[in-house]
Design a protein around this ligand. Structure first.
Ligand code: DUC
Ligand code: ZN
Ligand code: ZN
Length: 468
């Protein structure tokens, strides 16, 4: 007797599309086939797609931000919104503050997540203070404990690492088998341009984009890839926004480097013109790197189609708009430099790619599954437990209705922000039933009693980590 049977659907994995039933016992998939036998519970899926639950490997939740600024989502609202958008696992960042140890940061972050999650979660570290103690002892021990990935920043005064510090982190990662993600933007160039803009009185939101030009991202991407080459380490280049940075990734790959590329919905759907809204509305679109131009959108779609990008993540980093602690904080109303960087998007990530990618014929269903789930599991050490539909995998499934049409309205979403950057966008295809760990957790727009029981996931080392 199975616990759960999903009947009559069309299954898609990163490699195959086929019609079959899925049988679940004790939270894992135990059989895939036809006429599988009796089950305590059955979910009908005819006319719908049965996909691996989405894995969003780049999200920010409850992250300490600038003075007086508060991120909109905590684990409760952030994971709830993720679940409604077809995700069963998310990977937020745990930020190390300068002078603080990694363990201390993790302890606080786990306390925020504990008991509050509607999806499974697993943390990446953000290393902002790579002291001898952090690199020599804490990081290697944490990798052993299943924290097998980390992010470093090349921008932001309080987060950026010098090239020497990045080399130190990369070398430690190489020796311990951690995987390093990099935010590539040249901080000195940005600071110089901010000074020029301010001197000219150009302080509205659209200046955020012109002070962070493509060349600043391209140069930092080239530099990060060169540093990784010098110490022979693979690299994840996160949130790539434009063709020139993509070309750096492709050039590095031609030199034999292992490089994972990530892009996000904002670089497929938005442009810098969105930052030029009336009444400071452009603040709603302030994120880094900034959305670029139409040509960059075309480039990023090509990257999705051709495989420059392995990962498509939300970079959900939500701040409320009409809020003293959000986008329109007292200083942020006066000068773009004080508008917190980041936009919400955890719930709309998958529907946007399904609608604009699969339904418009740009990508097929297996590529959609790879970009939204399988590659995240493979890159970050969760595969094959997560990211596929196979015997022995966790029964994390999203059942999609390809015919459901919706218009994105923030009022219908489930995050704690007060806007969506994609308000008014027409979508075809939406996840209607979500199964996590073998339990139906979302059905007909309602969370079930089992929903708020997401688990923390320790991860294996990435198979991509270590020397190239
Ligand atoms: N980088 C991110 O990855 N997210 C939001 C802001 C930023 O700079
Ligand atoms: Zn970043
Ligand atoms: Zn981010």
């Amino acid at each position: 007797m199975f616990d759960l049977l999903i009947r009559g659907g069309t299954i898609a994995t990163a490699s195959d599309v086929f019609e079959a039933d899925v049988a679940v016992k004790d939270g894992v998939i135990v059989q895939i086939g036809r006429d599988l036998g009796p089950s305590a519970e059955t979910v009908g899926a005819s006319g719908r797609y049965v996909l691996p639950g989405g894995i969003d490997s780049h999200v920010h939740i409850s992250q300490p931000s600038g003075e007086g600024i508060v991120m909109a989502d905590d684990f409760e609202s952030g994971t709830r919104s993720a679940l409604f958008g077809g995700n069963t696992t998310i990977m937020p960042f745990c930020l190390q503050r300068k002078g603080e140890g990694l363990r201390a940061a993790l302890k606080d972050y786990h306390a925020l997540a504990e008991g509050n999650c509607y999806t499974d979660v697993s943390f990446h570290m953000i290393v902002s203070d790579p002291s001898a103690q952090v690199l020599g002892q804490e990081l290697p021990a944490l990798v052993e404990d299943g924290y097998t990935s980390l992010k470093v920043f090349m921008t932001y005064e309080d987060l950026r690492l010098s090239d020497a510090q990045i080399l130190g982190v990369l070398d430690t990662a190489r020796r311990t088998g951690a995987l390093v993600m990099v935010h590539c933007e040249n901080e000195d160039a940005i600071r110089y341009l901010v000074g020029v803009h301010e001197a000219e009185g150009r302080v509205e939101p659209k200046s955020h984009a012109t002070t962070r030009p493509i060349a600043a991202e391209r140069e930092a991407t080239h530099r990060a890839l060169s540093l990784a080459e010098i110490v022979d380490t693979p690299l994840v280049i996160v949130h790539v926004s434009n063709r020139e940075s993509m070309e750096e990734i492709e050039r590095a790959r031609r030199r034999g480097r292992k490089v994972i590329g990530e892009t996000c919905p904002q670089y497929l759907m938005l442009t810098a013109e969105d930052l030029d809204g009336m009444d400071w509305e452009g603040a709603k679109f302030v994120c880094s790197p900034p959305p670029r131009d139409k040509e960059s959108q075309v480039a990023c779609w090509e990257g999705i189609e051709r495989g420059v990008f392995d990962l498509y993540s939300s970079d959900h980093c939500p701040f409320r708009y009409e809020d003293d602690h959000g986008k329109l904080n007292p200083k942020g109303r006066e000068n773009f430099r004080h508008i917190p960087n980041g936009i919400p998007g955890i719930e709309t990530r998958l529907p946007i790619l399904f609608s604009e990618g699969v339904m418009k014929g740009r990508i097929d269903l297996p590529r959609f599954v790879a970009l939204t789930s399988t590659n995240h599991a493979k890159t970050y050490g969760l595969y094959p437990r997560k990211g596929t539909i196979a015997i022995g995998a966790d029964a994390d499934l999203a059942i999609w209705d390809p015919n459901e049409t919706r218009t994105i309205r923030h009022a219908d979403l489930h995050d704690a922000s007060d806007y969506s950057p994609y308000e008014g966008l027409a979508i075809t295809g939406w996840p209607t039933t979500i199964i996590r760990g073998g339990k139906v957790v979302l059905e007909a727009g309602e969370l079930t009693e089992a929903a708020r029981a997401g688990r923390y996931l320790e991860r294996k080392r990435s198979p991509l980590a270590g020397p190239v």
